[in-house]
Write a protein that binds this ligand. Sequence first.
Ligand SMILES: *[C@@H]1O[C@H](CO)[C@@H](O)[C@H](O)[C@H]1NC(C)=O
Ligand SMILES: *[C@@H]1O[C@H](CO)[C@@H](O)[C@H](O)[C@H]1NC(C)=O
Ligand SMILES: *[C@@H]1O[C@H](CO)[C@@H](O)[C@H](O)[C@H]1NC(C)=O
Ligand SMILES: *[C@@H]1O[C@H](CO)[C@@H](O)[C@H](O)[C@H]1NC(C)=O
Ligand SMILES: *[C@@H]1O[C@H](CO)[C@@H](O)[C@H](O)[C@H]1NC(C)=O
Length: 599
Amino acid sequence: MHVHIIGSALAFSATASAGVLGRAYNTTSSDCGSITSVPTPTLTGSCPLVSSASAAYLSAKPTAAAAVVPAGLATACLKSVPLDPENDVGLIDHLLPLVQLQSTLAYLKNPPEEYLEILSRNLQFQDPDADYNTVFSTVAGDVSIGDAFNRVLENMAIVNAKFDGIVNGELLHQVYELPQPPSTTTTTPTQSATATSTTSPAPEPTVPGYPYPVVKHFDDYVAGYFLNDTAYADTAVLVALSFESSAPGKNLTADFFEFRRVVSTFLDACREAGKTKLVIDLSGNGGGSVIEGFELYKQLFPSGEPWDGIRDFFGPNEFNGDEFTSLLRRNFSEPGGFGSSTAMTVVTGYGDVPARPEQPFAVEDIVVVTDGVCASTCTIFAGLLARQEGVRTIAMGGRPISSPMQAIGGVKGAEVLKFDDFIPWVVGLADQNDGLAPLGLPFPDTATPPILGSGGSFNWKNAYAGDDETSTPLQFVYEAANCKRFFTAENVFDVRTVWQDAADVAWGEGLCVFGSTTTDDGSIAADVLQYNADVRPAVVFPAVPGSPGTETTRYGSNCTSSSVHKKRSAGAVPKTFTAVETDIQPEWINLPSNRFGTS
Ligand SMILES: *[C@@H]1O[C@H](CO)[C@@H](O)[C@H](O)[C@H]1NC(C)=O
Ligand SMILES: *[C@@H]1O[C@H](CO)[C@@H](O)[C@H](O)[C@H]1NC(C)=O
Ligand SMILES: *[C@@H]1O[C@H](CO)[C@@H](O)[C@H](O)[C@H]1NC(C)=O
Ligand SMILES: *[C@@H]1O[C@H](CO)[C@@H](O)[C@H](O)[C@H]1NC(C)=O
Ligand SMILES: *[C@@H]1O[C@H](CO)[C@@H](O)[C@H](O)[C@H]1NC(C)=O
């Protein structure tokens, strides 16, 4: 069983609602209005099976946050959900203005040359080697499951909703996809009913699949280790599987303070035990709270000034045919600068939080190891170490080619925003401004979407390298690791051997894949190789609905958003942002700060 959580290649994960997947289209129909579901008799019986399988799972594991059922069963149930063309197309109309907020649209439209081909793979990560690694089971990737050495890999589906009484696909559509009138919501099954669990089990002493730690986070995602083997007596290992707890109902403030405690306790322990070398393992790290990335950086580099320049909307600068703000920096001394009203705190070393008295490890005594699966906040942290401080990076695994690999293979956006969080901001602004948006722009539709989904999010802050004169968002920049190493069988079964191998490469005789370093003998160097066409993905994926060049008629429909949705949108406020000539200068607006920025 292998589940990955991380955001999509664009940091834009479109709503994947159950009803949108796997619908049966009537390909003989020429009239949009008559497109109907084609019920497949063998599939209609599957929802009750999902219901009973979920109930059985939850009764066997009462503390589980959600039931897990065979993927085939879940797919069959989803396929029995009837098509609802009117609302489905309405959802597309609803999403379009939100999708347009993605801050890299101009670069997606006119990308640097390393990029369309990569995008065409349509997989989770920016980098093909990171994608390649996600196909395999790894200790870091399996922690989210908690059953690290289960050798039977079975496709499973997580049931994120209460399934009692869901006897067919039509009911699934009614209950979970269509917005409920307020009066009926109390009688429908709700997700919180399954997630409610007031007693949390006592924390385990170890992270599943990992050795005994020196110290670990109560939610397991960050931990420090010492290597026992005498050959590595000087080496400490810090593992960050994420930068945010994945526990349901987590308290982000408590989560952050625990993260800070684990890191500082571990660095104190390293000093007391005389550790002089540090391996930082970021394998499988899909990001999290941005503040934690900066916190870890500042604890490792107390006198460093973290570069965090970002750009977003509006102008006055024009790059690549779009408008961007000047570089924006955070005021790290300002309490709550990470958008939190729950924790008016600052990163260690700013405001009233004293810096560590000394830098715990020299730059050359730190090495970062990843499996390429490092996205969002992980890229902020790894980028500060690699780009700003010159810490060397080792990328593990990847495709079987003698070429370099990126250690930071996930999206390098500086912050994502959920549609669900964004819409209340728009509503709040409209209320404050008598319905007039700043700059006289129309407000987007803030109504409940016609089809409910699991939500979506967009990247709204582009990150840039500190020395980048061309102002290309970092996710369009290729950055090879200093070294690539293939996994050995030992590495897969015992994560300690990954750390030992990384230490051997960084400070011993260990070698890298030939062609992945700037040296002739495969030893790691301080500099990295430049982009080379050899690292392009060679696999050609078949076209899927929505691929560039796909003929829409293939799916039997000339149904465009406008043809089906005429009725709903007649007389409504335009739903897209339109550029308006104006002399009004953008003003700073205080956005509600009720959360930590997440990336
Ligand atoms: C598909 O549409 C055609 C033309 O409207 C109709 O004759 C046929 O019955 C439909 N098939 C199904 C399975 O709904
Ligand atoms: C779609 O529209 C085109 C042009 O009007 C027409 O030739 C084609 O037959 C239509 N396709 C379907 C499936 O109705
Ligand atoms: C070190 O040895 C102890 C005692 O045998 C063991 O519990 C722990 O997991 C080991 N740690 C590592 C990192 O190997
Ligand atoms: C969250 O944790 C913080 C820090 O421990 C605490 O002060 C706060 O009361 C907690 N909030 C809730 C809602 O429990
Ligand atoms: C940053 O925030 C601190 C604390 O609020 C404030 O004293 C300082 O003036 C701010 N710096 C800038 C450049 O605004």
